[in-house]
Design a protein around this ligand. Structure first.
Ligand SMILES: Cc1cc2nc3c(=O)[nH]c(=O)nc-3n(C[C@H](O)[C@H](O)[C@H](O)COP(=O)(O)OP(=O)(O)OC[C@H]3O[C@@H](n4cnc5c(N)ncnc54)[C@H](O)[C@@H]3O)c2cc1C
Ligand code: SF4
Length: 503
């Protein structure tokens, strides 16, 4: 059978394949289909459920319940409790992301070479060649005028007036209907998330997908990884089902995300001083502009316009980001009649964000019961200054195109700030607790590198000290990128598949 889930098993499941891949997101689905294209037998084992677009929830609450990892309850532990957002379903976080596709910047390879001892030897050219393939396979294209919507158009106008570079976002989306619903999954099937292409292709090529199947540990014979095991789990009640064991004749590939890959390796007995270490992120912070005229940010591509003009100089990337009403409501302070009054402005709001290339380095450890990640992460002063600079810049953008006020969401500042009060943002506190942020671009936890003491994996993603055990997801990335990560993760996953065939 090509797809096995909680309900399909009359008893324990036992499979034997060439390669087993754990996690079906950007890294896992890509490496699995690449191995299958090369003729290997592959099992893809995913903790979350299989959901067809028709079953995607329409509300944000439904998305948290049905699509997010642990209802999105993972929070940073440090100065603040910021949500660490990831999905858990077939297709991983590609199902709920904004489909932004950005090539790995050349300076990232220079950084990896300088600080992690790999990245030369033509890696950039190999990654970009794989990114050509991904772009063809997922029909990546710039957001067109028809699906821009007013919020994206306003950002374009702001950049033109302020004289800096920006661009329509290139996305793995075809004929976007501009329903602004990417974060709950695209029910219109316009977004080419990997559950709609690489995963079905894997099945067509004879591969097997196990869903609702959290792997509890990697199996070893001596130091060779020979398979994985776990028990099926009902996605809502979390009732445990039958056991499964997948034996891998050639290799076990782990792609369970930056937070869960290190936990799975720890639970499997892998020991390395850097395991769980070097966790990094692009924390995001947004500013709402309130306009006189109707904007309707929920009409148009969820994220249709971006600028990398300040990526190197200021350490942030600017993007538009349409939020659904329920998330906007959670950003507005007040209650009762005053909250209702503020919500009434929803139609006239545009929300733009910065993704900060933070210097902060955190750590992922096991929770008390050992199954869930604890993310230790705090921003230092320089990162908070990036937040402050970025928010001020977003406010200036809004005012450049006629916003009558902005909502910064920063504690200690007035609820709204007008064009003549911009100076107030200079005094925004540098205390992280005053800020509303989330982490959605995650890196590290089982990083690659040339130094055996600082890197769990060698530059080919092979876990040191073991044979046949590979990491092929965001966990292996040894640095932030300053751009959205899925394209880099997919390209490296394709390279990992080539290397496995060559081994
Ligand atoms: C809201 C949001 C928007 C984003 N937008 C963009 C964007 O527009 N462009 C972009 O480039 N990036 C975006 N990202 C980030 C991007 O989606 C991720 O960087 C990328 O998907 C990470 O790939 P991954 O393979 O490491 O993990 P994921 O894609 O998260 O996949 C990991 C999978 O492993 C599964 N898993 C975990 N543990 C186990 C286990 N023990 N057994 C079996 N399976 C397991 C999980 O359930 C999950 O499905 C966004 C992220 C979020 C949260
Ligand atoms: S904006 Fe809407 S139609 Fe376009 S890809 Fe996102 S969810 Fe789909």
């Amino acid at each position: 059978m090509s797809h096995l889930s909680f309900r399909d098993t009359g008893g324990p499941v036992s499979l034997s394949v060439d390669y087993v891949v754990v996690g079906s997101g950007a890294g896992g689905a890509t490496v699995a289909v690449s191995l299958a294209r090369g003729g290997a037998s592959v099992a893809l084992v995913e903790a979350g459920p299989w959901r067809d677009p028709v079953d995607y929830p329409s509300s944000m609450y439904g998305a948290m319940r049905d699509m997010m990892d642990d209802w999105s309850t993972t929070l940073t532990r440090g100065r603040v409790f910021w949500p660490v957002v990831q999905a858990s379903l077939v297709g991983g976080t590609t199902v709920i992301n904004s489909a932004i596709v950005v090539r790995t910047p050349g300076d990232v390879f220079d950084l990896w070479q300088k600080e992690h001892g790999f990245g030369g030897d033509g890696l950039a050219d190999r990654v970009w060649a794989k990114q050509d393939e991904v772009e063809r396979e997922l029909a990546v294209q710039p957001t067109g005028p028809a699906s821009m919507g007013r919020s994206n158009e306003l950002a374009i106008e702001a950049a033109a007036r302020m004289g800096f570079e920006g661009h329509p976002i290139r996305r793995n989306v075809t004929d976007c209907l501009g329903r602004g619903q990417c974060l709950q999954g695209c029910t219109s099937e316009r977004k080419r998330s990997l559950n709609l292409n690489y995963v079905p292709e894997l099945i067509t090529r004879g591969g097997t997908v196990l869903s609702c199947a959290p792997v509890s540990r990697v199996l070893f014979e001596g130091t060779r990884a020979v398979g994985v095991e776990g028990r099926f789990r009902e996605p809502v009640s979390r009732r445990r089902g039958e056991r499964f064991e997948v034996r891998a004749r050639k290799a076990v590939v782990i792609a369970a995300s930056a937070t869960r890959t290190p936990i799975l390796l720890m639970n499997s007995g892998v020991k390395h001083p850097a395991l769980g270490g070097y966790f990094r992120a692009h924390p995001g912070v947004g500013v709402i502009g309130i306009y006189d005229d109707v904007v309707r940010m929920d009409v148009g591509a969820t994220q249709g316009w971006a600028s990398t003009a300040f990526r190197e100089s200021h350490g942030f990337k600017i993007e538009t980001l349409a939020l659904p009403l329920e998330l906007v409501a959670s950003r507005l302070s007040g209650g009762g009649a005053s909250l209702m009054q503020r919500i009434e402005s929803f139609d006239r709001m545009a929300h733009w964000v910065i993704a900060v290339r933070a210097e902060a380095v955190g750590r992922v450890s096991k929770s008390w019961f050992g199954d869930d990640p604890v993310v230790h992460y705090s921003l230092g002063r320089r990162d908070m200054e990036r937040f402050r600079d970025g928010v001020k810049f977003l406010a200036r953008m809004h005012f450049a195109v006629g916003a009558k006020a902005i909502v910064s969401g920063v504690y200690g500042l007035p609820y709204t700030i007008g064009p003549d009060q911009l100076h107030l943002l200079d005094e925004a506190p540098l205390e992280p607790r005053a800020w509303t942020s989330i982490l959605s671009h995650l890196f590290g936890g089982a990083v690659m590198g040339a130094d055996p003491r600082r890197s769990v994996c060698d530059p080919m993603g092979r876990v040191r000290g073991y044979e046949g055990l590979i990491v092929a997801d965001a966990a292996a990335l040894p640095s932030t990128l300053g751009v959205n990560p899925q394209h880099t993760i997919m390209a490296l996953a394709k390279i990992r598949a080539d290397e496995l065939f060559a081994a």
